[in-house]
Ligand binder design. Structure first.
Ligand SMILES: N[C@@H](CCC(=O)N[C@@H](CS)C(=O)NCC(=O)O)C(=O)O
Length: 222
């Protein structure tokens, strides 16, 4: 039986969605974030050396890294679903977006999270203007322009398309859902990208997605 080690309000929500789309049996072990640091609890270190979520166990297999988990689930439990045919053009697209989500798109989003947090962190009054100045500079010169460029790129790709790789839902859509949901929720100005907004709406309207939300519990971006 597949066990999803699910951290509240996290990327592992999309693994629950993937499993619901596949309709395979699984169980969920829940972990709560530390309320102060938002970090995962130490028990997750017993499942995988990095102590991050998502991670799944499937018999003796321990699979970490959400892209690798999505790819594993499609390959081992998909019976031809959730991934295009190997060797097809759609398959190349599938691999691209599967990796792009964490490998490229998440980077400026995480940087934004860090620098916005610096601006809201308590610190001695004489340090605050310097810290804010550095954070504002990095956000304006590097982080925000990068996020905008990525969103334009993704929006263009989705023009005239329902899904990221071919005309069927695939693991690429599962991977892309989290960074896009997070971006639209955190930066409302980027909701001007209608193809991205429509994609997220299509995702969130699916029965499997809704079922995964019920299973996973609180999730800020739905
Ligand atoms: N690239 C990894 C990122 C894993 C990751 O950073 N997960 C976050 C949850 S969204 C986490 O476990 N955070 C808690 C911590 O770092 O302690 C993946 O996609 O699986």
């Amino acid at each position: 039986m597949i066990v999803v080690h699910h951290l509240q309000n996290s990327r592992s929500q999309r693994i629950l969605w993937m499993l619901e789309e596949l309709g395979v049996e699984y169980s969920v072990k829940r972990y709560e974030r530390d309320p102060e640091s938002q970090l995962a609890p130490p028990e997750l270190l017993k499942v995988h050396a990095l102590g991050k979520s998502p991670v799944i166990t499937d018999g003796d297999n321990v699979v970490a890294e959400s892209g690798a988990i999505v790819e594993y689930l499609a390959r081992v439990h998909g019976n031809g679903r959730m991934a295009p045919e190997v060797g097809s053009n759609d398959y190349n697209q599938y691999i691209y977006w599967l990796h792009y989500a964490e490998g490229s798109l998440m980077t400026p989003l995480l940087l934004r999270l860090v620098f916005v947090r610096i601006k809201t962190t308590k610190m001695p009054f004489f340090v605050k203007p310097i810290a804010n100045g550095i954070a504002d500079k990095v956000l304006a010169s590097f982080v925000t322009p990068n996020i905008k460029r990525h969103m334009e790129f993704v929006d263009q790709h989705l023009e005239g398309r329902e899904w990221f790789a071919g005309d069927q839902l695939s693991g690429a859509d599962i991977q892309m859902s989290f960074p896009l949901e997070a971006t639209l929720a955190r930066i409302p100005a980027l909701q001007k990208h209608k193809n991205v907004v429509d994609f997220v709406r299509r995702v969130q309207a699916r029965d499997a997605y809704k079922q995964a939300l019920e299973t996973g519990g609180a999730y800020d971006y739905a």
